[in-house]
Write a protein that binds this ligand. Structure first.
Ligand SMILES: *[C@@H]1O[C@H](CO)[C@@H](O)[C@H](O)[C@H]1NC(C)=O
Ligand SMILES: *[C@@H]1O[C@H](CO)[C@@H](O)[C@H](O)[C@H]1NC(C)=O
Ligand SMILES: *[C@@H]1O[C@H](CO)[C@@H](O)[C@H](O)[C@H]1NC(C)=O
Ligand SMILES: *[C@@H]1O[C@H](CO)[C@@H](O)[C@H](O)[C@H]1NC(C)=O
Length: 494
């Protein structure tokens, strides 16, 4: 109303204001002038009244035309809203991801077993294994289709330490984009020795708008690697996720871009160089693991950051992740909890048995550690050094994260042996058995830890927080622990 009034007043004053400038004024008689003035006032008054009335009645059913126009445009915009909210509402799922797996014909027979661990044809996964040369394949092997990469012999490669296959592998993104598959939101690259926890990959990617440019992954566990390459580089083995429009933009320039960097070492640094030309930084997600380490991953796997576990890599180079078994068998065991509660895999919880003076750290689905004494959460959440640096003579200062010394004397390790879902109770039951190590201290002869935990598929829809654990009871050599969302005011107080 205010606006209308002011506008009208303006018009009114303009009209009056114009009046003295009309050249005919001097010739007007007083009567004529008076008549004109009254006429103007009359017209103006009518105009004001009419306007006010129109505004007032515009909502009433009488003003059919106006009303129906409003109604119509309301319907139209409502339709648009519904349509756009449907595309927005459909959360990113596995079907929206296309994998591009880098493999070599030479190592195919052994490496394909890593892919089999996570590839699930029934879940309608899409992806291609890109190879240098044809390999023998069987139709029902449970593996993605295989393709031969384009010839890259005309590209220049001038790094003395690396191998020119890096160019072929870097181009997997572009070659996968060129297949023009429909309804793709993300291209995810990995190596033939990368194991993805695909449910968690989806959880991480669904946080981001796939219609925008995103380059997602993580850096190395070796500080020196990150100095030599880049902290802002997604390491290829840990997995690299590129949103659809960014992959399309990359495809347009990647071949020329690769030619501009002939001295780089690998495929992922070539990709990062092109991302830098595109001006797209790394979005770092700590659940992607390059695992540039040697030795035993135990320390890293029992103190995972509070973020979904997305990938594991370099599994050929480290010890089998469960003791006394082969690498592949150990990984099969490792994947079991993903069927029951993938969001919770490796999530740590820390609690105390004050009466016995113990610290208990659960890495759900993988291990339980019992430490002698009360150790604060800020210590227990640091990975213990069961692993070696990529540069073997670099000591603990060579990691871009905090670590703590591993003391076999004070830690008692239990490894997950069984996991199942009690669907009646909506509760997972996982069993962890003692691994006889050199540990001389025996925590009151406990040989088995049973962990109860509700599946929590919505875990990562909330803000990150460690679960809480509680020692429920212990019966003979069996300790029972409950893991779940912390109750109000429940903390891991030392
Ligand atoms: C790739 O191209 C080069 C030259 O263009 C040719 O000599 C070579 O045989 C090709 N390699 C394959 C595997 O086709
Ligand atoms: C608990 O353990 C700590 C560290 O080992 C020790 O200093 C303390 O005396 C112990 N307390 C009890 C009650 O056993
Ligand atoms: C780690 O290495 C640095 C540099 O070589 C050295 O100064 C430091 O004392 C070493 N620390 C340990 C615990 O060996
Ligand atoms: C089980 O419990 C979790 C957490 O309370 C809940 O999110 C989930 O929907 C439940 N599942 C069933 C089958 O009741």
């Amino acid at each position: 109303m205010n606006l209308v009034d002011r506008k009208h007043t303006e018009i009114f004053w303009e009209q009056i204001g114009n009046y003295p400038r009309t050249t005919s004024i001097p010739r007007m008689t007083t009567a004529m002038f008076k008549f004109m003035l009254y006429l103007i006032l009359f017209i103006s008054a009518t105009y004001i009244i009419y306007t006010l009335k129109l505004i007032k009645t515009s909502d009433s059913p009488c003003s059919i035309n106006r009303h129906s126009v409003v109604k119509n445009s309301g319907v139209i915009s409502a339709n648009i809203n519904v349509a756009s909210s449907i595309t927005k509402l459909e959360k990113t799922q596995l079907k929206h991801i296309v994998f591009g797996i880098a493999a070599s014909s030479e190592l195919w027979e052994t490496r394909k077993n890593y892919i089999k661990l996570w590839w699930n044809k029934k879940a309608k996964m899409r992806g291609i294994v890109w190879l240098d040369k044809p390999v023998k394949t069987q139709p029902n092997e449970g593996l993605p289709p295989v393709r031969i990469s384009g010839n890259t012999s005309h590209f220049s490669y001038k790094n003395k330490l690396g191998h020119r296959s890096a160019i072929r592998i870097s181009r997997i993104v572009s070659e996968t984009v060129r297949l023009k598959l429909g309804n793709v939101r993300w291209f995810v690259m990995g190596d033939d020795d990368t194991v993805f926890i695909t449910d968690n990959l989806v959880r991480v990617l669904s946080k981001y708008d796939h219609n925008r440019f995103y380059y997602i992954g993580s850096s190395s566990e070796s500080h020196i690697q990150n100095i030599n390459f880049r902290y802002g580089m997604a390491y290829g083995g840990g997995g690299i996720a590129i949103s659809y429009p960014l992959a399309v933009a990359l495809e347009k320039m990647q071949d020329r871009c690769i030619q501009r960097y002939p001295t780089l070492y690998g495929s992922d640094d070539r990709l990062q160089a092109c991302m830098a030309e595109l001006g797209v930084p790394l979005t770092k997600e700590l659940g992607f693991h390059q695992y540039d380490v040697y030795g035993n991953l135990f320390g890293l796997l029992s103190a995972h950051p509070v973020t979904p576990l997305v990938s594991l890599h370099h599994l050929d180079l480290v010890d089998p992740i469960f003791p006394e078994t082969t690498r592949i068998e150990a990984l099969k065991q490792f994947m079991l909890p993903t069927r029951v509660d993938s969001a919770g895999l490796l999530q740590q919880s820390i609690c105390y048995d004050k009466s016995r003076n113990w610290t208990i750290s659960v890495s759900w689905g993988f291990s339980v550690q019992v430490f002698k004494g009360i150790i604060s959460p800020r210590e227990v959440e640091k990975p213990s050094l069961t692993f070696l640096n990529w540069y073997r003579n670099a000591n603990h200062t060579g990691f871009p994260f905090n670590t703590r010394p591993f003391n076999d004397q004070n830690a008692f390790k239990f490894y997950m042996t069984k996991v199942q879902l009690n669907s009646m109770k909506n509760q997972t039951v996982s069993v962890y058995e003692q691994h006889l190590s050199v540990c001389r201290w025996n925590p009151a002869a406990v040989d088995t830890v049973v962990v109860y935990k509700k599946p929590d598929p919505q875990l990562w829809d909330r803000s990150p927080r460690r679960n809480c654990c509680r020692v429920l009871k212990w019966k003979k050599k069996r300790m029972v622990v409950d893991v779940g969302v912390c109750k109000e005011d429940e903390i891991s107080a030392v």
